[in-house]
Design a protein around this ligand. Structure first.
Ligand code: SF4
Length: 563
C-alpha cells in the first residue's frame, strides 16, 4: 500500500500446505491453466468470472444500474471481482477487530463503501489534477486521500451512487481509475524527477505515455493471470523500487549506443517474495513499449492461472530462468534480438525519495516533502495545490515512498515554498524516522488486515523523534497490517508484519513479527525474520529505540544502519 494497499485473495489455509503441494504435483501435468498451452478452461472462481465477462465491462453497469439502484443491487461477481478493474474495492466494516479476520470469510467484512484508487502513472500531477483529487476527497470521501507507495492516491468511504460523478470530475482533468486494481496492467511507476533531474540518464516519460496509450483499458490485456506491475526510471538513484516489479526498465548508459534501459522481470513481494532478475538486455527508449508488450503477452499467455498464489509472473520467471525468458521474448514475441547491455551502477545517494530542495537541469528547483506514512487529506492537498500554483509551479509528483514533490520552482521562490509546506507540517527536512517510515492501509479500511498501521506509524515517528533527536542515519521502517506486503516489509531495514501476539500478561494483542536487514538497490535482499522476535504494538517504540541505541553504541567506523 501501500503504501500500496492492495488486498489480495485469501491464501490457502496454513494447515493444508502438504495437501496443496501434493495436489499441485498431481495436477501439474494437466497444466497450470496457461492459455499459451491450450488450457482455456477456468480452474478457479476468479478465472471463471473473468471468462464470463471482461472486468472493464462493469463500468457500464455501474453507470447505468448500480449507481442508481445502490449497493444491494450489485452482482456479487462484480462487487468482489470486476469492480477492481475500475479501481474499486469494498472497504472493511467499521469496528471489526483483527482477530476476527482469522475466523471470518473476508467477504463478511464488506462495508457498503469502497476504496477507490486513482492511477497516477509516473506520479505526475498538474495543479488542476491535484485540485480535482482534493475536491473528490472533500466532496465524496469524507476527506480521505492517502498517498500510496505506488504513486497513487486512494480514497475511502466512496458510495457507489457517487462513482460516476467522481469519474467525471477526475477524467475532466485527465486522471482515471482504469485498471488501478484487478488482474491488469497497474499504474506504471516512473521517476518522480523524470525530465528535470540534473543527474538523469534518460527521461522515461515518453515510454510511460506510450504504454498507457496502447495498453491501459485495452481488452487484449485486461484478463491477465494476476496483477502486472511496471516501473520505468532513467534516474541513477534507482528511485522506483524496480526490483519488485513484474517488468522494469532501469536507466543505463550503453557503452556504444548511449542512454537506454536495462530490462528486469519477475519481481514481486507478498507472501512468496522474489526480486526481479536482469535479462542482460539493453532497450532503447523507442523500443520500451514493444518490449513491455512482449513481456505482458508472455504473462498473459504462459502465466499460471490454476492457483492465485502462484499466478504472478515471478513464478514463471523462476521456473524458466532469465535465459529462456529472454529467448521466448525475442523469438516468439519481438521477432528481433535485443542488444546486450550493462547493469545499473551504485546510486550516489542513500535516499531514493528526492525529499529536500534540489536544483533541476533547467536551473529551477524541485522541493520534496514528507507527510507521515503517506497520510494526507483533501483539505491539505488543496492547500498544497494552492502553494504550488502561488509559487509558479504547475507540476507535482508522487513518489514510491509515500512522499510528494513540487517541481519548477524559481530560486527566489524556494524559501517561501519551503516555509509554506513546513507550516502545513509537510517536512522538507524531515527526521530520518518521518522520511523512512511507510505504512500500508491496515485495519482501518483493509479487509485482510489484522492490525492497525497508519496511526501506529504516525505515533512511532513522533515517539522516535522525541526519544532520539540526534539520530541522523538513513533507515527504513515499513509497517504492514497482515502477511501481505503492500508496504514492502521484506525490503526494509526494519520490516514489521502485523499479526496477533501474546503480551507479558498472556493476552492476545496486536503486534508485529520483526524482519531485519532488508534492502533495495544493488545490495537488494530480503530482511531476516528474527526467530521468535515479535513485538506488541504498545511495545514497538521501546523496541525500535533499543535497536537503534544499540546500533549507535556498537557501530563500526563508517557503518550505516541501512544496507
Ligand atoms: Fe495490504 Fe495486508 Fe496492509 Fe491490507 S493489511 S493493505 S492486504 S499489507
Amino acid at each position: 500500500m501501500a503504501t500500496t494497499p492492495d488486498p489480495v485473495e485469501p491464501q490457502p489455509h496454513a494447515a493444508a500446505p502438504r495437501a496443496a503441494a501434493a495436489a499441485r504435483k498431481a495436477t501439474r501435468h494437466r497444466g497450470e491453466g496457461q492459455w499459451g498451452m491450450g488450457h482455456f478452461t477456468p480452474l478457479n472462481a476468479n478465472e471463471q468470472f473473468k471468462k464470463d465477462d471482461d472486468g472493464l465491462n462493469v463500468r457500464t453497469r455501474i453507470e447505468t444500474i448500480y449507481a442508481h439502484r445502490g449497493f444491494d443491487s450489485i452482482d456479487p461477481s462484480d462487487l468482489r471481482g470486476r469492480m477492481r478493474w475500475w479501481g474499486l474495492y469494498t472497504q472493511r466494516k467499521e469496528g471489526i477487530d483483527g482477530g476476527k479476520t482469522a475466523i471470518l470469510d473476508p467477504h463478511e467484512l464488506d462495508a457498503e463503501f469502497f476504496m477507490l484508487r486513482v492511477r497516477i502513472d509516473g506520479g505526475r500531477l498538474t495543479v488542476a489534477q491535484l485540485r480535482a483529487i482534493a475536491e473528490v476527497s472533500q466532496q465524496y470521501a469524507r476527506g480521505t486521500a492517502d498517498l500510496t507507495d505506488r504513486q497513487n492516491v486512494q480514497f475511502h468511504w466512496i458510495r457507489i451512487e457517487d462513482v460516476p460523478a467522481i469519474w467525471q470530475k477526475l477524467e475532466a482533468v485527465g486522471l482515471s481509475t482504469t485498471e488501478a486494481c484487478g488482474d491488469t496492467p497497474r499504474t506504471v511507476l516512473g521517476s518522480p524527477v523524470a525530465g528535470v533531474a540534473e543527474d538523469e540518464i534518460i527521461d522515461g516519460t515518453p515510454a510511460i505515455d506510450e504504454i498507457h496509450r496502447r495498453f491501459i483499458g485495452n481488452k487484449d490485456f485486461s484478463n491477465l493471470p494476476r496483477k502486472f506491475k511496471t516501473a520505468v526510471s532513467g534516474s541513477p538513484q534507482l528511485d522506483v523500487a524496480h526490483e519488485i516489479n513484474d517488468v522494469a526498465f532501469v536507466g543505463v548508459n550503453h557503452p556504444e549506443h548511449g542512454p537506454g534501459f536495462d530490462l528486469w522481470v519477475g519481481g514481486g513481494l507478498s507472501t512468496n517474495p522474489k526480486l526481479g532478475v536482469r535479462l542482460g538486455a539493453w532497450v532503447p527508449l523507442e523500443q520500451v513499449a514493444d518490449v513491455f508488450e512482449g513481456v505482458i503477452s508472455i504473462f498473459r499467455d504462459y502465466g499460471y492461472r490454476r492457483l492465485r498464489n502462484r499466478a504472478r509472473l515471478k513464478f514463471l520467471v523462476a521456473d524458466w530462468g532469465p535465459a529462456k525468458f529472454r529467448q521466448v521474448l525475442e523469438d516468439e514475441y519481438l521477432k528481433v534480438q535485443l542488444l546486450d547491455g550493462p547493469a545499473p551502477e551504485q546510486p550516489s545517494g542513500v535516499w531514493r525519495d528526492h525529499v529536500g530542495v534540489h536544483r533541476q537541469k533547467d536551473g529551477k528547483y524541485y522541493v520534496g516533502f514528507a507527510p507521515r506514512v503517506g497520510r494526507v487529506d483533501g483539505a491539505l492537498l488543496s492547500k498544497v495545490a494552492e502553494l504550488a500554483a502561488s509559487h509558479g509551479s504547475d507540476r507535482l509528483r508522487t513518489t514510491t515512498e509515500q512522499k510528494m514533490l513540487v517541481l519548477d520552482v524559481a530560486e527566489e521562490q524556494v524559501e517561501s515554498l519551503v516555509a509554506g509546506l513546513e507550516a502545513l507540517d509537510l517536512r522538507v527536512t524531515p527526521s530520518p524516522f518521518r522520511r523512512g517510515t511507510m505504512a500500508c492501509t491496515g485495519i482501518e479500511y483493509c479487509k485482510l488486515a489484522i492490525v492497525e498501521t497508519k496511526e501506529r506509524g504516525r505515533s512511532l515517528i513522533d515517539e522516535l523523534e522525541s526519544r532520539l533527536p540526534e539520530f541522523a542515519e538513513p533507515l527504513t521502517i515499513n509497517i504492514n497490517g497482515c502477511p501481505n506486503a503492500c508496504a514492502r516489509i521484506q525490503v526494509a531495514d526494519i520490516g514489521l508484519k502485523g499479526q496477533l501476539v501474546i503480551d507479558e500478561q498472556g493476552n492476545q494483542v496486536e503486534g508485529y513479527q520483526v524482519h531485519l536487514g532488508g534492502a533495495l538497490g544493488l545490495e537488494a535482499g530480503f530482511g531476516r525474520k528474527v526467530r521468535g522476535l515479535k513485538v506488541t504494538s504498545a511495545g514497538l517504540p521501546d523496541y525500535v529505540e533499543r535497536l537503534l541505541t544499540r546500533f549507535q553504541a556498537d557501530r563500526a567506523e563508517g557503518e550505516r544502519f541501512a544496507q
